[in-house]
Design a protein around this ligand. Structure first.
Ligand code: SF4
Length: 223
């Protein structure tokens, strides 16, 4: 199957089954999304969503956050992975947003990556979710699912995955495709044991096709 046909099948599937896919992080403002995405590194969205209500109540905007002490911020995010580093990131993030961007979250990727705790993935999430830009954020789910499906070929880094996906996806669907691949990776194409039997993408999935002899054997055993 040609890659362009594989993309067409996958896009058609998700447009039908998840037309409104979006981030599962709770947020109300660009500042809140930035903080939530920074906290979500190596941590589940569920855990972040349990933590951010109290954090945002205490620090409703970047100016309030900039006044917060290290101890107080740490206490509010201690149940999240790497709380020490993330406390420092939040403090640095507040300082840079105020000093360099007037307290506003910038829309350009080149500006976003200057902010402490904001790497390319976080910058792309903010650019696409808040500013509706055609930016593909590649996290572990996007990286794995794209490779298994065969949407990417021999991509060794998130940046290579990003470039290959952006090349084949229609611009207007890039930010939605990010959520499609994340949600598929979170609930169906999970890391250890992908739920191929429940997956409607089997017929175009490179990984599934490679496993075919094994899958046939398993089916015969079931009978
Ligand atoms: S068929 Fe299996 S490996 Fe392929 S996308 Fe679906 S769950 Fe993932």
């Amino acid at each position: 199957m040609r890659r362009i046909e594989r993309f067409a099948f996958v896009i058609d599937h998700f447009l039908r089954t998840a037309p409104e896919a979006e981030t599962e992080l709770f947020y109300g403002t660009p500042y809140e999304l930035m903080v939530a995405v920074v906290l979500s590194a190596q941590c589940t969205d569920k855990r972040v969503n349990l933590t951010t209500p109290a954090l945002f109540q205490r620090f409703p905007d970047v100016f309030a956050l900039a006044q917060g002490s290290e101890e107080e911020i740490f206490k509010l995010i201690r149940s999240i992975s790497y709380p020490n580093n993330k406390t420092k990131h939040l403090m640095g993030l507040a300082r840079v947003l105020i000093d360099e961007f007037g307290g506003e979250v910038p829309s350009e990727i080149n500006d976003l990556v200057k902010i402490p705790g904001v790497g390319r993935k976080t910058a792309n999430v903010i650019a696409s979710v808040i500013f509706n830009k055609p930016a593909m954020a590649v996290d572990t789910h996007v990286f794995r699912v794209s490779a298994r499906l065969g949407l990417t070929v021999k991509a060794k880094t998130p940046l290579e995955t990003e470039k290959q996906l952006v090349k084949y996806l229609p611009e207007m669907l890039i930010s939605r495709a990010h959520h499609w691949l994340i949600l598929h990776g979170r609930y169906v194409c999970v890391a250890r044991k992908p739920k191929c039997a429940a997956c409607e993408l089997q017929s175009v999935c490179a990984y599934f096709q490679k496993q075919q002899p094994k899958n046939v054997a398993l089916t015969l055993l079931d009978v």
